[in-house]
Structures are given as C-alpha cells and as structure tokens.
Design a protein around this ligand. Structure first.
Ligand code: C2O
Ligand code: CU
Length: 434
C-alpha cells in the first residue's frame, strides 16, 4: 500500500486506499469478525417520498424516508448494514460510493452479488478505513433507483480529532426528486442553528446526474475536503463556487459571522447557518470556481506516479454500432462499444497511471469503484495544490486528465460515468486484478 502523508496542518492523515498510520492494517483486519461497532437495518420500499409540507412524489424510501438515515461511524469501526427489500421491484443492492471496501461488499448487482429481491435481505460488513463524507445508493437499475431516492449519506469521523475543530457537523445531501431540487430531502431553505464564531462543517453530497455548484454568502469559507479526503492546508475562499461532480462530495467549513448568518447555496436550495431568527444574504453563483488543481498546499504522497507498472488510456467517444441490440451512435471507450470493452488488468501493488480523455460531446463524471485516484494533471497542466484525491471526477468535453493510483484492493471494479443514464447506455468499463 501507500504510506501516510502530511494532512491538514501537518497532522498525519491517512491517504485513501492506504493502510498507513494512524490505523494499522492489523487494527483493520483483526476486527472484521466479532460484533459490529455500527449496526444498521435499512428497509427499502417503493412508495411516496415527502419532500416538503404536503408535497410528495413517487420514489423509493429507506426506513420510510428518502434520503435514508445518515450512517455515522468512526474510522476503524466495523460497520454492518442489513438491507431488507420490502417492495422494490426488480431487486436492489447498496453500493458504498467512495468507500474502498472489500470487493464482495461493493454492492454491484451482477458483478459482486445478486440483486436482493422483494422479501429478501442481505448483510454488508466492512471496516470504515477512511474518514470523510461518502454515500450509499442502489447499484441495481441504478439510473432509476438512485433517481427515485434509494440513497443516503455515510459519514466516517476521524479516529484522531481533526486540527480544524468544528462546533457542528451537518450533511447537505442534494437530490432532485421529480424535477425538484432538495437538500436532505426537503425543498427550499433549511436552517442549522449556530452561534456567531461557530465553525460548521457542511458535508455536501451530490447525488444527481449533473454537477452541483455550491457557494457561500455572508462569510468566507474553507474547502476542507474533497471526496472524503482532507485538503492539505486549505485557504479561505470567498467569491468562488465549488463545483461538485455527480457522485462527488465537498466538505465546507463555514464560520458564522458576528452578525447575521451564513448561507450555503446551491441552485434552488440553501442552508442558513446562524442564530435563530438571523437572516443571511442570497447571492448568485460567483463567476469563478475553486480550481482543485491549485487549491491547498502540496504534501508528499509516498508513492511515485512517475514509475507506473501499468499505463492505460480511458478515451470516451461516440461510435455507431449496436448496444443492447439497438442500432445507433453510442458511447465508446477506446473505440469499443459496451460490452466489448477490454478490462483494465492490474496486479496487486501496481502503481497505475491512467489518462482520461473526453472526446465526446457531453461532460462525464467518472467514478472508479474501490480506489481513489490522485489527479496529476489536466490538459497538460500539472496539479500544484494539495494532493487531489478523487473518486468522482468531472471530465468536461475535450478535457484530458492524468490520474494515478495504487492497485491495492483486489477484485473486479466498475469504472463508469456517474451520469447514470450514460452508464446505462454503456459508458462502463471494469478494472480487474490478474
Ligand atoms: Cu456511485 Cu458505480 O456508483
Ligand atoms: Cu457520462
């Protein structure tokens, strides 16, 4: 595996996919048997989802609501989740988006398990190795079941207290139900009560198919983490939006101003953070975005991406042919159509370099299961900021990213577009260990 690097403010911070300090491999593997530290039962049912007072839409609920409950664990915890399918037609599963769990727990119907049909249940069990913000969602007919709300957030608290202490820690999960944007399953404005000077960590999760820009009015903020991984030495940001890709997460630390309140905004929804009765300004989206290629300060990554054992290209295009028996112009990967896309084959321990090119006419949020990748460059411009680890990378039309990762999690893993209708149309490849 890869070793620890300096995290925020110089404290040791384990890198994603890493088994390094402060938690050793031994701590993690020895505890997989025995009682779970966090045990959750999630009952999935087709029905109606309430997204506002008197406002319901058809969807799928978990324990009666959507999103499902926030699962909270501490790094190193054994997490056990029993999924009970009460009435979801066609079967369902749960995938732990961004958590590098063992392959058998990955929740991909048809790859790592069979779908759990109505009347059946399935128990997932894994060690929450990475601190940070993640989410879970169905990976069976996912373009439909995710849209209908079969999803929720999972938050893993660090074992060692973070250097930037916060007063309050909240989830801001964005999802669009039947064309209506919600935060934590509710339309409109939400309030989080906090006193002037309080620091609030707002964990933004984008569960939709397109990007979700987020910005803050009424105060400056810090982008503390991307896709679960802390940014090294983040600086204060004002007049900038953070563009959260489909499936991606961004943790913002917002300091409540001396008077009034702060407002965390996304298109159509917002979260007001401040004392009861306080008001916060509403602003339009800033003209500039935080550039993750340069944000934060570099720190060592302890694996050398300049000496890869394997090098791959993942080039997305369009090509005429047949997919699922249908003629048309379809998504292609390296010139091939689904399902005739060769697997990316690796051996355990390989340092892998991958070039991701978008030669199609639409943007693609690319998601690799079971691993986090380190962004090396975009369009030939090297990353110079904090090590940017991602599991959900927005690849705009014409863009070319270079990423690297360590193959440290054996199995068969999907590497697909998280605009889920695109995945359904065949924008899916697999990473396999030989
Ligand atoms: Cu969040 Cu393969 O998915
Ligand atoms: Cu796509």
């Amino acid at each position: 595996g890869i070793a620890a690097a300096a995290g925020s403010h110089g404290t040791p911070h384990p890198l994603p996919g890493s088994a390094a300090a402060p938690i050793s491999v031994k701590d993690l593997t020895e505890r997989e048997t025995g009682p779970a530290d966090v045990s959750v039962r999630l009952v999935a049912a087709a029905g109606r989802v309430t997204i506002g007072a008197g406002l319901t839409v058809p969807g799928v609920t978990l324990n009666g609501s959507s999103p499902g409950p926030v699962i909270r664990a501490t790094q190193g915890d054994v997490v056990e989740v029993t999924l009970v399918n009460e009435s979801v037609p066609g079967g369902t599963t749960l995938h732990w988006h961004g958590l590098d769990v063992p392959n058998a727990e990955d929740g991909v119907a048809g790859v790592t398990q069979d779908a759990v049909h109505a009347g059946e249940s399935h128990t997932y069990r894994f060690v929450a190795r990475q601190a940070g913000t993640y989410w879970y969602h169905s990976h069976q007919v996912s373009h439909e079941q995710v849209r209908k709300g079969l999803l929720g957030a999972i938050v893993v608290a660090p074992k060692v207290a973070p250097a930037v202490a916060v007063t309050t820690d909240v989830v801001a999960l964005s999802h669009t139900y039947a064309g209506k944007r919600t935060l934590n399953g509710r339309v409109g404005e939400q309030r989080v009560e906090a006193r002037p000077g309080d620091r609030v960590r707002v964990r933004v999760v984008n569960t939709d198919a397109g990007v979700a820009p987020v910005w803050v009015s009424g105060t400056a903020y810090v982008l503390a983490a991307v896709d679960g991984t802390d940014v090294n030495a983040p600086t204060r940001v004002s007049d900038r939006a953070v563009v959260v890709p489909a499936g991606g997460r961004a943790d913002l630390v917002v300091e409540v101003p001396a008077s009034g309140a702060a407002r965390v905004q996304m298109s159509g929804v917002s979260m007001v953070v401040g004392p009861a009765g306080s008001t916060a300004p509403t602003t339009s989206r800033p003209k500039k975005d935080v550039d993750l290629l340069t944000y934060g300060s570099p720190s060592t990554t302890a694996f050398d991406p300049s000496k890869p054992a394997r090098t791959f290209a993942y080039s997305i295009g369009r090509k005429p042919g047949f997919v699922k028996g249908r003629p048309g112009v379809h998504w292609s990967i390296n010139g091939k159509l689904w399902p005739n896309i060769p697997m990316f084959t690796v051996a355990e321990g390989d340092v892998v370099r991958m070039e991701i090119l978008n030669r199609s006419n639409e943007t693609h949020p690319m998601h690799l299961h079971g691993h986090h990748v380190l962004v090396l460059s975009r369009d030939g411009k090297a990353a110079t900021g904090s090590p940017w680890w991602t599991d959900s990378l927005e690849v705009p039309v014409g863009a070319r990213f270079e990423v690297a990762f360590v193959a440290d999690n054996p199995g068969i893993w999907m590497d697909h577009c998280h605009n889920l209708p695109h995945a359904r149309e065949g924008l899916v490849a697999h990473l396999a260990y030989e």
